[in-house]
Design a protein around this ligand. Structure first.
Ligand SMILES: Cc1cc2nc3c(=O)[nH]c(=O)nc-3n(C[C@H](O)[C@H](O)[C@H](O)COP(=O)(O)OP(=O)(O)OC[C@H]3O[C@@H](n4cnc5c(N)ncnc54)[C@H](O)[C@@H]3O)c2cc1C
Ligand code: SF4
Ligand code: SF4
Length: 429
């Protein structure tokens, strides 16, 4: 079965919802919509689409190459084979500003570095996602341009978000910008930069967050139901942050009541709603970012813990900016860099997922399903390093999912005819 069009990518569940196709379509024919049990997906709003295929070329859901930069491939091949992408340095640290550290998802490093770029490197803004005030259950894409904006958009949001849908804001900015997103968002961004030199000119810095998968909107609706909360009464949802890892907190419109769950309870529930595509994702640590940030899960977690971020430097530009953020007091790093074993201890789940992928793709091929293309990812080597028990588990688990959830049928959703994911995601360039 061959993938030829954007509709094929969506129908065969290869889309991961980054939004890059909506940005790249010069004719504004692609609109992003939230499919409650999947995630944000592109929808063709015109039947006038020609044959440029930019949307397919930019799509990390269909194809993610092992390296975008051949120079990096030689130097860091050995580390990449271990499954973490190119690594120059790994640090542990936190935002020096106590508010950012407290509100941040881990240690607020992503926000602190972005703030340094705005205030000291004169970058125009930071393209990232935050809570959509008009639709409190959803996320929107924003260009933040000051401390207050950035602070209000700290914290991981475990629900669909498509930051690449807003890339036109970077392209049309008067000076370079920072991009923050999940690993697949960063890949979409970098692939779009390759197709659009005007975007690359404004690529000031890319920051990626580690990611184990994005739960669909249905996950959050079901969680609210379990907590006896009427979704129409919700004013704001905070998924974590404000302590490490922080509490899942729902504020209601009456401004009196708020409901909370621990991080482990909330993520434990939501993660069951991650779409199949996330189980096929080989890049959990944003290999294409200049800087990646994640959680140091080897530390003790607790409501009163102050957050720390694991920070991976992946490019020379990332290294210079990290050094600058540190020298100018935006970021505090531990005196010595962290060894790769700490990363492995911290993110064992992400590594195991990568080891499972070759078998999962094999099972999809046996069922005659199209699979994402991952040239240069050493996936077979990772598969071999998995235990026999785990190999069987991932093969059978994939077969079970395909049969039980009828993945052998293309997905065509009536829900795609519903309202756009949010007003900000609509293309406007
Ligand atoms: C879906 C998801 C899965 C995750 N899985 C893992 C994991 O497996 N291991 C791990 O260590 N950490 C995971 N994280 C947490 C993530 O690694 C931390 O957010 C990261 O450490 C950044 O922390 P910080 O304190 O530096 O970020 P902050 O300074 O708080 O900034 C967070 C930034 O992330 C952006 N953001 C928030 N949610 C999203 C989203 N859904 N899509 C795109 N951008 C978003 C915000 O706009 C903000 O700019 C996950 C986060 C998400 C959203
Ligand atoms: S570019 Fe992104 S949003 Fe568009 S089809 Fe591909 S993965 Fe999905
Ligand atoms: S697991 Fe991979 S595909 Fe899924 S949201 Fe995270 S980075 Fe994207």
């Amino acid at each position: 079965m061959k993938i030829k069009t954007l509709n094929d990518i969506v129908a065969w569940r290869l889309c991961l919802g980054c939004g890059a196709c909506a940005y790249i379509c010069k004719n504004n024919f692609v609109e992003l919509r939230d499919v409650p049990n999947q995630g944000i997906r592109p929808f063709m709003v015109s039947d006038q689409c020609g044959t440029c295929s930019d949307c397919v070329q930019v799509c990390p859901g269909y194809s993610t190459p092992g390296f975008l930069n051949p120079a990096a491939s030689e130097k860091y091949q050995q580390v990449n084979e271990k499954g973490w992408g190119p690594i120059m340095e790994i640090w542990e640290g936190y935002a020096t500003d106590p508010e950012i550290r407290y509100n941040g998802s881990s240690g607020g490093a992503a926000t602190a570095i972005a703030l340094y770029c705005l205030e000291k490197l004169n970058m125009h803004g930071v393209l990232h996602i935050g809570n959509d005030k008009d639709h409190p259950l959803k996320n929107a894409v924003f260009m933040s341009s000051n401390y207050a904006d950035l602070l209000s958009r700290t914290g991981s949001r475990y629900s669909p978000a498509s930051p690449c849908g807003g890339l036109y804001k970077i392209e049309s900015a008067p000076s370079p910008c920072v991009f923050i997103g999940k690993p697949c968002d960063v890949t979409g961004f970098q692939m779009a930069c390759k197709l659009r030199p005007g975007l690359q000119d404004k690529n000031g810095l890319s920051i990626g967050t580690f990611c184990a998968g994005t739960p669909s909107s249905l996950g959050m609706i079901e969680l609210l139901k379990k907590m006896n909360i009427n979704p129409d009464m919700v004013e704001d949802i905070r998924y974590r942050g404000r302590g490490w890892p922080g509490l899942f907190t729902v504020h209601l419109k009456d401004r009196v009541q708020s409901f909370q769950k621990t991080y482990l309870e909330a993520w434990g529930f939501l993660q069951k709603f991650r779409p199949f595509r996330c189980y096929l994702c080989p890049d959990g640590t944003a290999a294409y970012a200049d800087i990646s940030c994640g959680d140091p899960w080897y530390r003790t977690i607790g409501e009163n813990e102050k957050g720390y971020s694991l920070v991976i430097v992946r490019t020379e530009k990332g290294r210079e900016i990290l050094k600058g953020a540190m020298a100018n007091g935006y970021l505090t790093l531990e005196p010595e860099p962290v060894c790769i074993e700490k990363l492995i201890n911290s993110q064992a789940g992400l590594l195991q997922k990568r080891k499972d992928i070759w078998g999962r793709l094999l099972m999809m091929k046996i069922f005659g399903l199209p699979v994402p293309q991952y040239p240069g990812f050493c996936l077979f080597k990772h598969w071999l390093s998995s235990s026999a028990k785990q190999k069987i588990r991932s093969l059978l688990g994939t077969a079970r999912r395909i049969v039980q959830r009828k993945y052998y049928h293309p997905f065509i959703s009536a829900q795609l005819n519903e309202r756009p994911a949010n007003h900000e995601d609509k293309i406007n360039h």
